[in-house]
Design a protein around this ligand. Structure first.
Ligand SMILES: CC(C)(COP(=O)(O)OP(=O)(O)OC[C@H]1O[C@@H](n2cnc3c(N)ncnc32)[C@H](O)[C@@H]1OP(=O)(O)O)[C@@H](O)C(=O)NCCC(=O)NCCS
Length: 149
């Protein structure tokens, strides 16, 4: 596992696109990925991106896990857990106190210590991203949160 590099962007884009088409993740453009590249960590296997995940900062205390995907060929091998562990470590290191995710797989996050929370307990700033989302008025994602201290 390592921080993402510029050359990973096409593969990250491809990985995210597959799940975005199924409606499981928000789509992200190549340009957006380049701009947010420093948020990303990847798991590399045989020179390919097998999994990726990103830490985005919302407020002085809250971060979000975004764009977490494990390639189908590598699911169930602990890479999701590994990435989330690294993102938690990173969030702690920079002084965030809470980390959230909006997800369709709350069971996965519960295994890693996150708890489901009502979405309206999260700060309004979070919804800055939601107003750009096609699911805005009918969001069915589940909010999960972990306290870092
Ligand atoms: C969800 C996802 C990231 C999990 O990655 P993974 O590498 O397969 O998961 P891991 O092998 O690290 O699993 C860690 C634990 O979570 C459990 N788990 C994995 N996927 C799960 C799911 N969908 N629901 C409930 N538990 C799950 C595993 O059984 C394992 O538990 P264990 O340690 O008790 O055996 C991966 O399936 C994926 O990319 N899904 C599609 C995209 C997506 O929904 N991403 C989340 C966006 S927020």
């Amino acid at each position: 596992m390592r921080p993402a590099a510029i050359g990973d962007v096409p593969e990250i884009h491809h990985l995210l696109e597959q799940y975005a088409q199924q409606g499981n993740l928000l789509p992200r453009t190549m340009n957006e990925l380049y701009r947010h590249l420093r948020d990303f960590f990847v798991v590399e296997i045989d020179g390919r991106v097998a999994a990726c995940g990103a830490l985005e900062i919302f407020t002085e205390s809250l971060g979000e896990i975004r764009s977490l995907v494990v390639h189908d060929d590598y699911k169930g091998r602990g890479f999701g857990r590994l990435l989330v562990g690294r993102l938690i470590e990173e969030a702690r290191a920079i002084g965030l106190r809470r980390l959230m995710a909006l997800t369709y797989v709350p069971g996965f996050f519960h295994k890693l210590g996150f708890k489901t929370v009502p979405k309206d307990t999260l700060p309004e700033k979070v919804w800055g991203i939601c107003v750009k989302c096609y699911k805005y008025n009918h969001c069915d994602e589940i909010a999960v949160l972990i306290e870092l201290r």
